[in-house]
Design a binder for this molecule. Sequence first.
Ligand code: KIV
Ligand code: ZN
Length: 546
Amino acid sequence: MNPRIILFDTTLRDGEQSPGVALDLKQKVEIGKALVELGIDVIEAGFPITSPGDFEAVKTIAKEVKGATIAALARANQKDIEVAWEAVKYSDSPRIHTFIATSDIHLKYKLKKTREQVLELTEQAVKYAKSLCPDVEFSAEDATRSDWDYLASVVLVAVKAGATTINIPDTVGYTVPQEYYNLIKFLVEKLCKEGYEEELKTGKLRLSVHCHNDLGLAVANSVSAILAGATQIEGTINGIGERAGNAALEEIIMILKTRKDFFEKELGYTPELNVNTRKIVPISQLVSKYTGMIVQPNKAIVGANAFAHESGIHQHGIICERSTYEIIDPAEVGWTGSAIVLGKHSGRHAIGFKLRSRGWNFDDKVLTRIFEKFRHEIKDVLKKIDEEYVEGILLDLFLEREYRYSLVASQVISVCSGSLKPFAQIEIEDRKEGRKVSIGLGVGPIDAAYKAAAEALGYSFDKESGKKYIKLIDFSISALTGGTSAEGVCGVIIENEKGIRTAGLGRDGDIVIASIKALLKALNRLEAFEEKGEFLKNQVLSLKEE
Ligand code: KIV
Ligand code: ZN
């Protein structure tokens, strides 16, 4: 029998050691429960000796988070181990994780101890931990910069003293995949020679790895170690942790799953995991929210762009057959929504796909016209192209003659002092009801202008006003050309009470006027869509020959 791979998560301990991160008790418990839902086997809840807060957190997690082993960290001394046990003993499956450094650098400058003394401390610490708790993990800190033979003798002492998991940390992120592979293999062979082959095979004894990411190799090193015989992998969600962080567990999970074929071939058995991969994105977002550590958009698996296809060729491939450019189904890791994002590289296929998935039906000529307008009017203007802008082109093609409003005149005064506020007066031509004029005050010139325009047309951005409510969903301004006289372009997305969203673009040398034009365009499209949108959606749209 070959053991399954054990996932050891240290988001709450090593992850919390990330600069600037401080989780409160409630957040730690919530993350702990989410880790269980994901299928993590061992949760390192904290380092109880370091503070009363850490002690309480480990104790509470041990009591409240069920379904995983809960580990508490302790240096290799009696006091640390005693306190760790006092905190973690409430778990149904507690683990004491004790560690001491084994590299000569650490022995000389940090511990100020000889190799013999560290061997002794290892034995005493593991024996003491074992007398309290059946599940003991021992870590040889800075293992990858330690003398291999000495490291092997420490490992053997720890195993003989009762440790059932031996962790070989790359504490400073120094090793490289081939070297780490060789080290783990070397230790596996040593243990086998000493008669522990059966224990390693059945998982009664495990070699564990814990990699830091200083050279960006934490995940690659961990994967190498699995190939060499490690059966416990330590890491954190989103790879957070000291300095450059730890190995990202979500990446390791998906590597093992996606390349199962390769690992089966190399290992001669399937490295099974007990994970619900659909929980990966939710837990990544939870950890990011609570730690305040933003996930970089291009981060594998959980980054916002990890499954976003922008280039025309890729979008075409994905629409025809997902596996052309995707090795993982985004839904499998918990992503919802479409992987096709519109951008300046998007092609006809993506535009067509987006509009069709919004319920529109049209012939090829319509798509050609929409794509032309997309290329000339939108693609280089907006940084982020929401679908509403493309839908807006389609609405213009079929409903422009229904549009009611156009800007006649505007006056905006925004240089104020004291208690006076920016002021706007707007005159709008309403094709159905004639000219309308209104005024508005706001915190800034655009706010004042938007209030005046909304007031003139019977709308309000205030839900409680009793008027037709519209919400501003997105607003952006950019310069089309360089220099102070650049033409400004404003993009606006609004939503009415029924949840209908439309977008508008406005251009002008004056950004306030560009903003008013964008709002009027969005309102024109909103009203036209409300009146005729569903009717149009029930037919195949085509354009008359010109
Ligand atoms: O990086 C490290 O060596 C550690 C140990 C305490 C396991 O975090
Ligand atoms: Zn660490």
